[in-house]
Write a protein that binds this ligand. Structure first.
Ligand code: PLP
Length: 410
């Protein structure tokens, strides 16, 4: 590991062997970080170390390996607690990812607190995982789903948001950073307004967590969900933060081992937080690797991560804007490292295939945001999304690739 003062992209890239390969005869340019980012050696080694040296089931064993695995797994929870600045580990629930975290809240909060006639508010730019669970619970409970509109830059219309709030609003579920537009939403404003009328706020931080420090106490959000795999961590691992007072009142999401205190055929009592929401054998390797991920992020430092990604976005935006026929989709004033674009009338898929032939990985399609695409009147976009291990030389390759695609597609 490089010392903090010596942090630079060249040294960081040595931690990511996967980036050092060729694809279709050219050095790989990996710009699909919003879908899933790559993992440093330190994270892969943590998984290897666990399986090679102390794999065992957690929490229940009296023997050495089980205790060692439990200690490592629970140390991860402490690390996450500090990472998001939760008040206690009781507020840190391990999940499979953002999707599961949102479903947990929709199910457990929804069944406890959403009544017929109540309202849940989301926004136009939500990922399907922050739409469908709310549609399901609205249908089940007889509640109504309301949607905050956006302007043509991909920014929330806050005046209209204010109008949407009523005494029936129970929850606002909002994406912190949009995966398809890059918009960083004014979540502080939303949370303040929501709390004025007694509504709760869930933040989908899937795209925020990899790029900026998150402080749940400062934000004062009621729930926050994130996925480890989008922040250099393992797949199948995520966090649901919830305020302890709310989690205490909510019923478990799933039943099974681990989440119980005592079971008889007549009645079951539930385990205390956070285990109440963690039925079954958890993703132990995932938890341990998540700790290694957070340690790695801290070794790089948020200052470096934020600056590198902001510089890449600015440079890429300037360069791509010079290509005739380019339309950038998502031009909000406050943006994270996501550059969605269309090249003339060409289908994003065709552009993506040509870029892949040149060794450049971008994502094409609706990015799990079909209602947003409908609002924008498009089928989808090409999306380049940046991580701190990307370089301006790679952006140059993308620009050349787009120019090449333009020539080939005519
Ligand atoms: N929310 C946003 C904004 C996302 O970008 C994604 C994934 O792309 C998700 C939620 C779902 O994340 P996961 O598939 O890791 O549960």
């Amino acid at each position: 590991m490089v010392a903090k003062a010596d942090i630079n992209v060249e040294s960081i890239r040595k931690d990511f062997p996967i980036l050092q390969q060729e694809v279709n005869g050219r050095p790989l340019v990996y710009f699909d970080n919003a879908a899933s980012s790559q993992k440093p050696l330190q994270v892969v080694q943590a998984i290897e170390d666990y399986y090679n040296n102390f794999h065992s089931n957690v929490h229940r064993g009296v023997h050495h390996l089980s205790q060692k695995a439990t200690d490592a797994y629970e140390a991860a929870r402490e690390t996450v607690k500090d990472f998001i600045n939760a008040r206690s580990i009781k507020e840190v629930n391990f999940t499979k990812g953002t999707t599961e975290g949102i479903n947990l809240v929709a199910h457990s909060f929804g069944r406890k607190f959403i009544q017929e006639g109540d309202e849940i508010v989301i926004s136009t730019m939500e990922h399907h995982s922050n739409i469908v669970p709310w549609q399901m619970i609205c249908e089940e409970r007889g509640a109504t789903l309301k949607v905050i509109p956006i302007n043509e830059h991909g920014e929330l219309l806050l005046d209209e948001f204010d109008q949407l709030l009523t005494e029936k609003t129970k929850l606002i579920a909002l994406v912190y950073v949009s995966n398809s537009l890059g918009t960083i939403n004014p979540v502080e404003y939303i949370i303040e307004k929501a709390h004025e009328i007694g509504a709760k706020v869930l933040l989908d931080a899937a795209q925020a967590a990899p790029h900026q420090k998150i402080d749940v106490q400062e934000l004062d959000c009621d729930f926050l969900a994130l996925s480890a795999h989008k922040m250099m961590g393992p797949t199948g691992m995520g966090i649901l933060y919830g305020k302890e007072t709310l989690l205490e009142q909510m019923l478990p999401y799933q039943g099974g081992g681990e989440m119980i205190k005592e079971v008889t055929f007549e009645k079951t009592t539930y385990n205390e937080l956070p285990f109440k929401f963690e039925a079954g054998t958890p993703n132990i390797a995932g938890g341990i690797a998540l700790k290694a991920t957070i340690d790695y992020i801290h070794s790089i430092g948020w200052d470096f991560i934020e600056k590198q990604e902001a510089d890449l976005l600015q440079y890429a935006t300037e360069q791509i804007s010079q290509i005739s026929g380019i339309r950038i989709v998502g031009t909000a004033e406050k943006k994270a490292g996501v550059l969605s674009f269309l090249l003339g009338d060409h289908h994003p898929y065709d552009v993506g295939v040509i870029l892949d032939q040149l060794g450049i990985a971008v994502r094409t399609g609706h990015h799990c945001c079909q209602p947003l695409m409908n609002r924008l009147g498009i089928e989808g976009t090409c999306r380049a999304s940046f991580a701190f291990y990307n370089t301006t030389e790679e952006v140059d390759r993308l620009i050349e690739g787009i120019q090449r695609a333009q020539k080939m597609l005519g």
